[in-house]
Ligand binder design. Structure first.
Ligand code: 0A1
Ligand code: ZN
Length: 882
């Protein structure tokens, strides 16, 4: 059953507490490839009313085989069961037991929601609304119950049987070839955190002693033969468990913590209580198979899911409008973990790049929505950059406003006050207000107003008075459904840099100190005057990206170069180089489009040269400095009438210039960073490889001799990071070495789908006209499958998201291809199809020819009568909004 109807929107203001609570759930699941039997026994109690409301349970494509109330079969007149709901109009007045039998076909479940099979392994995905595909249930996060799960299966097919909580008992079923396992989770949880797994899995085991001395069993389950790729995930798990104790005082609660890696998964991973289920991409790693980026993502996602145990599981969300309560907060927590484990500035810059690439773009287009949306048609479409990444920025601003100890007090109060509850964003913020005594009413606008605030700053120095004045104006642009906005609370970290490159001390003219260097904006226009400023300073604004805003200021190219060289804030050193590059690139795009001559920027080249030659800087940071704004970054900066071909031309020209002008230094750095010792995934080693490979890529942009260097690196590499970096560099040039290396890569790794995904992605990203045909041909390659989300993302997702010129071909063929793929995938996996269709989200910013082509493709998708609710929602908002 597809949910094809144009659903009525669900609204936050319509929230009502549930009529019935579920105290306990006993699940008895008898696994079978096509006929799995599920018996759910629910202990239900009316929630307050004396005359009980009807019991209305959600389902999704279910087949009911039996229904009993308090032990007796219910008469067919006493209930109405459809695939999508079960209603008992006149339930008993008090607590009752409902026993529901359903029959499922996990092998036919291609949506990968509910109970499905991934390469023969039975697994579940219940967030957000998957539990209703297993049994009828009040499938909403404010219904929290204690679960006991008994699973039964053929021993040969599923020797391993797992569910949430602690193991209770297990054994054979006499006289059969089947066995069972029983699990009990004592912590009440919402249905979306339910999970079970059954399969033939290998296990890697370790243990962790918590701060109070409890010994926890840690297990990672993977496909047999992949055990040797689990060490990094296990190491990351132990480190993040310790960190959560130290940074937040949070200790693990069950006796066992399990992670299962599966091949087919719609998202990255899932925080089911005690039994996290992961996309195998975010578990498996070895130096030969995974890149430094893969190692870093695994560490971050293992931590993210583990941190959900407190922020998501112990305290969950009252309703799905509060999704950012668990996601924004948990992203903030995983970002902090990474910052403490690796380099804080490098992490911050990387996160801001991602935020701008995804969230700023979302916020500027038809899919813009507040961090806490007010309505939705399909909740799966709200697992967005806005909810996750902007949600994390909002928590970060709270910390900036309250300071580290005020923030910690608020978090402690939140855990104390709401443990075991389904909470709201308002309750979360109230904890910080109560703990600090600060009024956060206006701050709540971050949750309700969509759009990226734009802040304009003018700094003026008065040498006679020795004062420096900042005039600051803020505005939030209109977004769909929100034409008019109010002023936000914006923590703006600032610095005044003296001629000696050092920070001057900051004091307001009324004598108040500038606490932690942070100005708090809260009006449409404000002025701040600093006194005792002996020289004209250079203004450093939004240090550390203290607020997710766009800032414009009256800074000259000389100021930016000065900041790049001297700012005590590494983020702004990076930002200054980006700003110089952005100005140049924007000018040159205009020149290329207008038939003019593009120019160079000596300030930028000089700034880069100085950074490359500064031995005090960490290599990962220099690598980021050398990475010029992406084509998508430039498009976002230009904002309207976007021509991707002109953008690519301007960017390529800049990279060629850098490669040529800094050639000797790049070559020397490349040589200096060669390593022949054993591979280590640590941040410092990864940083050296990142810089080395950034040098290689710039050298290749400048000339042919580096092609030989890249080919040599490709063939001699002893780890995946260096091999794939060399291949990516090579792939951008139509040289004979390219196809030879592409073919070689396939031969080496044909047996390993996760590695072949890299091969698919890099071919999809080649910015040349032949790419679309190459991608089409690859859809027929044995390595590709529309049924596996990782393959789809690797090929089609990479094409639509990382290949600006070829996806946005002026003839519309790239759009037509994406539309065709979305339509082919939608009946099988609407969630992944829907995510692909978001690649059209910036269509209105394109120049007129491409804009018309993109609209045609969107309308073609919209014309399909059987479109899923997921794709329908994205496509119709894309066409309406903005
Ligand atoms: N809560 C998970 C994300 C997630 C959401 C929906 C899913 O359904 C397919 C799966 C995972 C997280 O934040 O990691
Ligand atoms: Zn999450």
């Amino acid at each position: 059953m597809m949910r094809t109807e144009q659903a009525r929107p669900i609204r936050l203001e319509d929230y009502r507490p549930p009529d019935w609570r579920v105290e306990t759930v006993e699940l008895d699941v008898s696994l079978h490839p096509t006929a799995t039997k599920v018996r759910a026994t629910l202990k239900m109690s009316p929630n307050g009313e004396t005359v009980p409301a009807p019991i209305v349970l959600e389902g999704d494509g279910l087949t009911l085989t039996s229904l009993k109330l308090d032990g007796s079969e219910l008469h067919p007149d006493a209930y109405v069961a459809t695939p999508d709901s079960l209603t008992i109009a006149q339930p008993p007045a008090g607590t009752c037991y409902l026993q529901i039998d359903t029959l499922l076909d996990p092998s036919a479940n291609t949506q990968l929601m509910g109970l499905y099979r991934s390469s023969g392994t039975y697994c579940t995905q219940c967030e957000a609304e998957g539990f209703r595909r297993i049994t009828y249930f009040p499938d909403r996060p404010d219904v929290m119950a204690v679960y006991t799960t008994r699973i039964e299966a053929e021993k040969s097919e599923a020797p391993i049987l797992l569910a949430n909580g602690n193991p209770v008992r297990a054994g054979d079923i006499p006289g059969t070839t089947r066995h069972f396992a029983e699990w009990h989770d004592p912590f009440p949880k919402p249905s979306y955190l339910f999970a079970l797994v059954g399969g033939n899995l290998a296990c890697v085991e370790d243990n962790f002693v918590t701060m109070s001395g409890r010994d926890i069993v840690l297990r990672i389950y993977v496909e047999p033969g992949k055990e040797d790729r689990c060490a990094w995930a296990m190491d990351s798990l132990k480190r993040c468990m310790r960190w959560d104790e130290e940074a937040f005082g949070r200790e693990y609660d069950l006796d066992i913590f399990m992670i299962v890696a599966v091949n087919d998964f719609n998202m990255g991973a899932m925080e089911n209580k005690g039994l996290n289920i992961f996309n195998d991409k975010y578990v498996l790693a070895s130096p030969e198979t995974a890149t430094d980026t893969d190692f870093a993502s695994i560490e971050a996602i293992i931590a993210h899911e583990y941190f959900h145990n407190w922020t998501g599981d112990r305290i969950t969300c009252r309703d799905w409008f509060q999704l950012c309560l668990k996601e924004g907060l948990t992203v903030f927590r995983d970002q902090e973990f990474t910052s403490d484990q690796r380099s804080r500035p490098v992490k911050r810059i990387s996160d801001v790049r991602l935020l701008r690439a995804h969230q700023f773009v979302e916020d500027a287009g038809p899919l813009a929505h507040p961090v806490r949306p007010r309505e939705y048609r399909e909740i799966n479409n709200f697992y967005t950059a806005t909810v996750y990444e902007k949600g994390a920025e909002v928590v970060r601003m709270l910390k900036t406003l309250l300071g580290p100890s005020g923030f910690r007090k608020g978090m402690d109060l939140y855990f104390e006050r709401h443990d075991g509850e389904a909470a709201t964003v308002d309750q979360f913020i109230q904890c910080f207000a109560d703990a600090s005594g600060i009024d956060l009413t206006q701050f709540m606008l971050w949750y309700s107003q969509a759009g990226t605030p734009e802040v304009v700053v003018t700094g003026s120095y008065d040498p006679a008075a020795q004062t420096y004045r900042l005039d600051v104006a803020q505005a939030v642009p209109p977004t769909p459904g929100q034409p008019v906005k109010e002023a936000m609370v914006i923590p703006l970290a600032v610095g005044l840099i003296g001629p000696d490159g050092r920070d001057m001390s900051l004091a307001f003219n009324d004598g108040r100190p500038v606490v932690r260097g942070v100005l708090t904006l809260n009006q449409p226009a404000q002025s701040f005057t600093f006194v005792g400023v002996p020289h004209r300073p250079v203004l450093s604004l939004n240090r550390g990206f203290s607020a997710p805003i766009k800032v414009t200021a009256n800074l000259s190219a000389d100021d930016l170069k000065f900041i790049a060289a001297h700012d005590s804030d590494p983020f702004n050193r990076w930002q200054a180089v980006q700003s110089l590059a952005n100005t140049l690139l924007t000018d040159n795009v205009a020149a290329i489009r207008g038939g003019g001559t593009p120019h160079d920027d000596e300030e930028l080249i000089a700034a880069l040269a100085a950074l490359l030659n500064d031995p005090a800087l960490e290599p990962a940071f220099v690598a980021l400095m050398l990475t010029m704004p992406s084509e998508a970054d430039i498009a976002r900066d230009i904002g309207r009438d976007v021509d991707p071909d002109a953008i690519l031309a301007a960017r390529t020209r800049l990279r060629t210039t850098i490669g040529a002008r800094l050639g000797p230094a790049l070559r020397e750095t490349y040589r200096r960073l060669q390593e022949d010792g054993p591979y280590s995934p640590d941040a410092a080693s990864a940083g050296r490889r990142a810089l080395k490979n950034a040098c290689l890529d710039l050298l290749a942009a400048a000339g042919v001799s580096a092609i030989a260097l890249a080919a040599r690196q490709y063939h001699q590499a002893t780890n995946m990071t260096d091999r794939i970096a060399a291949l990516t560099t090579l792939s951008h040039y139509g040289v004979p070495e390219r196809q030879a290396a592409i073919d070689d890569f396939y031969r080496r790794y044909a047996a390993d789908p996760l590695i072949i995904d890299k091969w698919l992605s890099l071919q999809a990203a080649i910015p040349e006209p032949a790419t679309l045909e190459r991608v089409r041909a690859l859809t027929a390659h044995p390595a590709f499958s529309l049924a596996n989300p990782n393959r789809v993302r690797a090929l089609i997702g990479a094409f639509a998201q990382s290949n600006q010129t070829q996806f946005n071909r002026a003839d519309g063929a790239g759009y037509a291809f994406l539309a065709e793929t979305v339509l082919a995938l939608d009946p099988k996996n609407p969630q992944v199809a829907s995510r692909l269709s978001t690649a059209f989200r910036s269509w209105r910013a394109l120049e007129p020819v491409r804009r018309a082509q993109a609209e045609t493709a969107l309308r073609h998708i919209a014309a399909e009568p059987k479109l899923s609710r997921d794709v329908n929602d994205i496509v119709s908002r894309s066409l309406d909004g903005g």
